[in-house]
Design a protein around this ligand. Sequence first.
Ligand SMILES: Cc1cc2nc3c(=O)[nH]c(=O)nc-3n(C[C@H](O)[C@H](O)[C@H](O)COP(=O)(O)OP(=O)(O)OC[C@H]3O[C@@H](n4cnc5c(N)ncnc54)[C@H](O)[C@@H]3O)c2cc1C
Length: 392
Amino acid sequence: MKTAIVGGGAAGFFLAINLKEMMPEMEVTIFERSQRVLAKVEISGGGRCNCTNTFEEVSDLSQVYPRGHRLLKRLFKGFNHHDAYAWFERHGVPLVIQDDQCVFPEAQDSHAIINCFLSLAHRYHIEIRKSCKVQSLDDVRDYDYVAVTTGGSPKGEGLRWLSALGHEIEAPVPSLFTFEIHDKQLQSLMGLVTDVEAMIPGTKMRASGPLLITHWGFSGPAILKLSSHAARYLAEHDYQSPLAIRWLSLTEQEMITLLHEQVVTQPKKQLTTYNPFGLQQRLWTYLVEKALDTRSQIRWMELNKKDVNRLVNILLNDTYQIAGRAPFKDEFVTCGGISLKAINPSTLESKHVPHLYFAGEVLDIDGITGGFNFQAAWTTAYTIAQAITSHR
Ligand SMILES: Cc1cc2nc3c(=O)[nH]c(=O)nc-3n(C[C@H](O)[C@H](O)[C@H](O)COP(=O)(O)OP(=O)(O)OC[C@H]3O[C@@H](n4cnc5c(N)ncnc54)[C@H](O)[C@@H]3O)c2cc1C
């Protein structure tokens, strides 16, 4: 029995190794188009490889997998983050959990995972053919099974031969990016980090977490998460869309009460200099100036009903215009790929070509940052290893 794996990345190696462990007599060959395998694993997580997540802060997989959560829920029954954690430790890669629930190799170095994969591939006699690009099934015709683990294809060129075989394709668009905002005043807040809720007005798309103000606009976990949930929407709108920021998690009524309290307790203090919400001082000053403009220098006792409404509106629903997409150098993935309609959800086998399988980012599955994308690669690869070996 022979299996060809097209793509020498995370999913390709994980599949090859598990295939050999489940069925040692299987001949496994990895075809890699470039001269280097596991290139993305190497640079992942800032060179440390955030290889999975504890999922402790995840109550529903749709929070972390905007695409593919239903399929992953099913496949996690066979191989989930606990299994991945145990797998790496069993194979000589001790892991550590950060406070934010992200999981990394204890060595804090992606080479711990690369070395593990390469040494197991060597031990199990997995053949690795580098500089070998597969562009049709003809290129791998001598194999009983073929698994495609070619990763994301942002421009779609890597999906053409698979589309020609009848597979439905979800148009690829980038995910995990930051927002370009043209706003001179905002630049005065460069470097500021604060917890917010970011929303696309008129939609249900929203994300919470730290926001980072950069020299080009907004970044940080809240924005990356929102870029993932809104990846297709923003692509369709050419990355031009309103964005609303909720700077405080208080309710409107709580804010109004707190503002009125200051009128009584701090009447002579200037609004910009006395900040009742615990916001960073320069953020508070910026928000007061944005809300009240020429009245921003008033004292608390001068605050009128209109001022209160304006302040509450800015604190709850501060709107900006997204002017474009800016890169996030630490991680990016492709939303879209082989449609989940084209595969058997239990085995990940093609519905169009028997004995052809898909795993990893080539599928229309992608997650937010935090180790979720590698977990999807491990889970889908493991599923295929089981499906192929169950044929014996
Ligand atoms: C900078 C960066 C940092 C990241 N950090 C993290 C992180 O810390 N945690 C996380 O969970 N995710 C991270 N990701 C996402 C993660 O790397 C991917 O989701 C994951 O690598 C997908 O695995 P894969 O095997 O499907 O694809 P890949 O790892 O991309 O592998 C695909 C392989 O297939 C090869 N290939 C493509 N076409 C062909 C062909 N026709 N023939 C032969 N070979 C082919 C490619 O050259 C490549 O080697 C990061 C991504 C980037 C870009």
